[in-house]
Design a protein around this ligand. Structure first.
Ligand code: G3P
Length: 309
C-alpha cells in the first residue's frame, strides 16, 4: 500500500488556490464539509453507465477516449461525434474530455475546433507523446505545440498518456488545464515487468529499448516512482511526484488520475494528492461496499425487528 512521506505546506497552499468543488447551498445553514474534495469523473463513453451516477450527484465530469467510444458502439467519426455531443449535453455544465484522433499539428488544431463546438463544457484531450511510435518522422513536440496553441485559443486541454512527472510538468507549462497520469497502466506495467522488484538501472528507471539521438538512454521514470516501494504502487507514487512538483511551483493544472483498476488505487490517489479521479463505472460501483458493512447492516436490520421495524 502506498504511504506518502508527508503532505507539504506547499501542497496545502496549492489546494487553497484550487476551485471549490462542493459549494455551500443558499439557505442551507450547514456549510459543505468538503469544499475542496477531489472531483470524481466517470471514465466511460457509455451513456447508460453515466446517467444514474450523474443524476445521483456521484460524478461531476467525464473522460472519454477512442477506445471507450469504440466500446460505446461508435461506428464512424460522425457517429463518435454524435455520442460525444450527447455526453456533453448530458453532463453540462461539468467538463467532458474528448480526445483528438489526428496526429499532425495543423489537423489536430482543426479537429480540436471541431470538437470544442460539441459543447461549451468540452475539454480537448491531447496525447503528450507517442507520435513517433506511429510515424518515426513525426515531431516529438507535436502534443506540446498543440497544447500551447489551444491554450492561446482559450480551449481547455486534458493532456493524456502521462506516465512521468516530466511529461506532466511540460504539459502544464504549455498551458494544459488537466494532466491525466495513467496510474493503473503504470502499475500493470511495473507488475508485469518488475516482479520481483529490481533496482534502478535495470528496471523502469531507465528504459533499455528507448534511445535518444545520441544513443543514450532516456529517463522513463524517476527512482522514486520506479523503485520507491512495492511495484503495484508505482502509479500512486507517480501521482505523489506530480503533486509535489505542481505544489513546488504552485501549478494549478489539475492532476486527473486515470486508468483505475480497483478501489485501493482510489485511496492511494487521495493520499497522494490527486485533484480529480476519473473512475470506470465498474470501480465506481464498488465504492460504497465493504463486507463488514454488509454484516453490520444485517445485524441492524435483524435487531430492529425487536421494535417492529
Ligand atoms: O482515462 C484514461 C483511461 O481511459 C485509460 O484507462 O483502463 O484503458 O488503462 P485504461
Amino acid at each position: 500500500m502506498f504511504t506518502p512521506a508527508f503532505t507539504s505546506a506547499a501542497m496545502l497552499d496549492r489546494k487553497n488556490l484550487m476551485p471549490v468543488v462542493n459549494p455551500d447551498k443558499a439557505g442551507n445553514p450547514l456549510h459543505h464539509p468538503a469544499p475542496k474534495a477531489p472531483r470524481i469523473f466517470a471514465d466511460t463513453a457509455t451513456r447508460s453507465e453515466i446517467e444514474p451516477l450523474f443524476k445521483a450527484g456521484i460524478i461531476n465530469g467525464l473522460t472519454t477516449n477512442p477506445s471507450l467510444l469504440k466500446k460505446a458502439g461508435a461506428k464512424s467519426w460522425d457517429h463518435a461525434k454524435e455520442i460525444m455531443k450527447d455526453l456533453c449535453n448530458l453532463l453540462r455544465p461539468f467538463p467532458v474530455s474528448l480526445e483528438l484522433t489526428e496526429l499532425d499539428e495543423e489537423k489536430m488544431v482543426r479537429q480540436a475546433d471541431e470538437l470544442a463546438v460539441l459543447g461549451d463544457n468540452s475539454v480537448i484531450k491531447v496525447p503528450i507523446g507517442g507520435y513517433r511510435a506511429i510515424n518515426s518522422a513525426a515531431d516529438p513536440f507535436t502534443g506540446l505545440k498543440v497544447i500551447r496553441r489551444l491554450w492561446e485559443k482559450g480551449i481547455k486541454v486534458n493532456t493524456t498518456l502521462i506516465f512521468n512527472s516530466t511529461q506532466a510538468f511540460w504539459a502544464a507549462n504549455a498551458g494544459a488545464t488537466y494532466v491525466s497520469p495513467f496510474l493503473g497502466r503504470l502499475a500493470d506495467y511495473a507488475y508485469k515487468h518488475d516482479t520481483p522488484e529490481r533496482k534502478p538501472g535495470n528496471s523502469l528507471y531507465w528504459v533499455e529499448d528507448h534511445k535518444n539521438a545520441k544513443g543514450d538512454q532516456i529517463m522513463h521514470n524517476t527512482e522514486y516512482v520506479a523503485s520507491g516501494g512495492a511495484v503495484k504502487d508505482a502509479g500512486a507514487r507517480l501521482i505523489f511526484e506530480i503533486a509535489t512538483v505542481f505544489a513546488n511551483y504552485q501549478i494549478k493544472t489539475e492532476i486527473l488520475a486515470a486508468s483505475f483498476r480497483n478501489q485501493v488505487q482510489l485511496t492511494e490517489c487521495l493520499l497522494a494528492g490527486a485533484d480529480i479521479l476519473t473512475v470506470p463505472a465498474s470501480v465506481l460501483a464498488t465504492v460504497a461496499d465493504h463486507p463488514l458493512s454488509d454484516e453490520g447492516m444485517k445485524a441492524f436490520v435483524e435487531d430492529s425487528k425487536a421494535f417492529g421495524k
